[in-house]
Design a protein around this ligand. Sequence first.
Ligand SMILES: C[S@@+](CC[C@H](N)C(=O)[O-])C[C@H]1O[C@@H](n2cnc3c(N)ncnc32)[C@H](O)[C@@H]1O
Length: 374
Amino acid sequence: MGILGAWRGTLIVNWRRPAMSGTGLRGGHLTAGTAPNENEPMENLIFRSLVRFSGELERLASLPEQRYNRKTFPTVGQYDWLAGQVLYALIRQTRPRTIVEFSTSSGYSTTFSALALQANGAGRIHTVDIDLRAQEAARRWISACGLVDQVVFHHGDCRRIVPGLVGRGIDLLFVDSLHSFDMAEWYLTRVVPRLEGDALVHIHDVMPLEARVRIHGGPPFQSARSAARSNILQRAKSIVWLLAHGKAGSLWPASPARELLPLHKLQCFQPASSGELPTIDGNYFEEAVLIREVVREGSPRDFVYLHRLLPYLAQYEPQRFAHQDEIQRTDSRAAALEWNDCLWCRAQKLQELVAHKRIRAIRRALEHQFDPSA
Ligand SMILES: C[S@@+](CC[C@H](N)C(=O)[O-])C[C@H]1O[C@@H](n2cnc3c(N)ncnc32)[C@H](O)[C@@H]1O
């Protein structure tokens, strides 16, 4: 990335990229200061935002250090700092008046949004969670951060609360809740269609298999960059996880390079206990499969997965965690850091692809994986 110069108040940036086929990413010129354009591909908007606000991302640097502090964030499974940088920059760029987030948990993701809204000097995030204790921790943390003016907490089932918020106009919908098929079907069919076309939609913990990132502790994807030592640690940790989850069959994945597997080839694993969700291919949840299938016809420039941005994100500062942050990484104090994949798009693009019939077909295909006699 090289900043070539300022021209008529607009920062002109020339960015080059390593060759990545099929990503939809194009080298060229980006203008960081131009007016919002609702037809602009999501990918461009993300880059423009990062270019323009990369100097502010240092504000977020303490968040990954706090992520595993259970006094601050008593719940596990938080959002992550890598995605949080994109979220922060996009909020700064697009200046949403209303963000709706489900779910809060103990407020890690909420903090990224609230910090950006505070810097904007306008806008609120409405955040919903069914878990009162988690949300109480979030309230304490948000208050300690001096962000109370930016956050409105709602306690309860998002399926009851969010429909009432849609009527007020949502500029950014942030989904990071129960990763079940039912929940994803609900927001795709009941919330997304009611958004304005230019609203932004951000869904965390969704990933196509080729993303090669995963939920913490899941079976390994081989990473080209991993050092031998971290490979061994990663493999050891994965084996423990697999054995604990009764998935010894996938200890040694046959092929490291995985493509967008067809639905009928996905391996599904029953939940270990009644409180858990089934996992798909030992790696991710039903929601990720549904989203992957729904957006697969869309342009990768309009449906941007975080893992595709990684080579470019690594060029920004502060990026001191970027390389370690991929799989079972460490922070500056050697504490573990992880990130999960996520998706960015505009509501209109998603609305064009959401079809009830298609969702029912995907559900049937997944049910068939669990019970081939069905
Ligand atoms: C992955 S966590 C959210 C993490 C959060 N964004 C963060 O960064 O810490 C999922 C949350 O969804 C909440 N949840 C599950 N079902 C829900 C529902 N029906 N309505 C609202 N929240 C729900 C859980 O209580 C849990 O806190």
